[in-house]
Design a protein around this ligand. Structure first.
Ligand SMILES: C[S@@+](CC[C@H](N)C(=O)[O-])C[C@H]1O[C@@H](n2cnc3c(N)ncnc32)[C@H](O)[C@@H]1O
Length: 295
């Protein structure tokens, strides 16, 4: 009897074995499909959060004062729309509506005079005697300016090649904020954040950045880009307000120490610099002006 039972059990298990194997394989494949789906869902859930963070750095403005900031994929970046709208509102109001209280005189005369004064200081730092010498110096060199606002400093000279990089250039053109005098019409205007400059490396003799570094979202990335696009021996003409105050338009305030540490970290040599109590922002306590060199 026992032997018969064992034989029947064996025959039954032999009969269902193929189905059991098939069922086991099916279960294993469904388990791995489920794991892949869970992984995919997890990635979908976490991506918008990461993307929202990464895409905001590098956003540019599209349109005039009623425009918006868009990321590299063309999607609106709401936080950057607020930041850039406020930057733009300052220029638009000051230039178009109230130049007298903003500049205490006609915009192009006053702002152009400030920019000329800054270039006179560059001439002095370079050891050139006259403005005419600076014009000759510039004519054989390529220049790039980041965060120029609507009145690029480099527009007062004729360069071999001149490029102004600002996330808001679309609006400067749309709202007719660019100066009519100087060489602004010869500059290439590039709508880009300075954290990722879409230009080849080792291609410029001088980089100008005035009151820009404390406005950007990632100053370390910007200084790395400055170094990348400058040719070996290229110059970095830098102006930075020194302050502790921060807001959404000035997310990265600098002290002289933190600024020089950042520049040295990226290998820049300080050719000459000064710090004084002049300030562009009312909450600043001074300003750093430096002529630096990429080794
Ligand atoms: C205070 S304005 C400086 C304008 C001019 N250079 C001057 O010194 O008067 C700051 C400029 O930085 C620009 N800016 C803000 N974020 C930037 C970024 N990530 N990359 C490049 N420029 C940026 C703004 O659009 C604005 O033109």
């Amino acid at each position: 009897m026992q032997a018969l039972k064992r034989r029947v059990k064996h025959m039954l298990s032999k009969a269902v074995e193929p189905q059991m194997v098939e069922l086991k394989t099916k279960l294993e494949s469904q388990t791995s499909e489920l794991a892949a789906k869970l992984d995919h869902i997890e990635r979908i859930v976490s991506t918008p959060l990461q993307a929202a963070h990464h895409s905001s750095v590098g956003a540019i403005w599209r349109g005039g004062v009623g425009g918006k900031a868009v990321d590299a994929a063309g999607n609106e970046s709401p936080a950057m729309t607020v930041k850039y709208r406020d930057e733009l509102a300052f220029w638009h109001h000051s230039i178009k509506h109230d130049p007298i209280s903003a500049f205490h005189g006609p915009y192009e005369d006053i702002y152009g005079g400030w920019q000329r004064g800054r270039l006179e200081e560059l001439r002095e730092f370079l050891g050139l005697a006259t403005w005419a010498d600076l014009e000759v110096w510039a004519a054989s060199r390529s220049a790039i300016e980041i965060g120029p606002g609507p009145y690029p400093s480099i527009s007062l000279l004729q360069w071999r090649r001149g490029i102004a990089v600002d996330p808001l250039v679309d609006a400067y053109v749309a709202e007719d904020l660019l100066p009519k005098r100087g060489h602004c019409d010869k500059l290439v205007l590039l709508a880009s954040a300075a954290e990722r400059i879409p230009l080849p490396g080792n291609s410029f003799d001088i980089m100008v950045a005035e009151n820009c570094l404390d406005h950007v979202d990632d100053p370390g990335a910007v200084v790395a880009e400055v170094k990348r696009v400058l040719a070996p021996g290229g110059l970095f003409w830098l102006l930075v307000d020194l302050m502790e105050y921060r807001d959404h338009m000035h997310p990265n305030p600098f002290s002289e120490q933190s600024l020089t540490a950042l520049l040295k970290q990226h290998g820049f040599e300080i050719v000459r610099h000064r710090v004084n109590d002049h300030k562009s922002h009312p909450n600043a306590y001074g300003e750093f002006r430096g002529l630096l060199r990429k080794p």
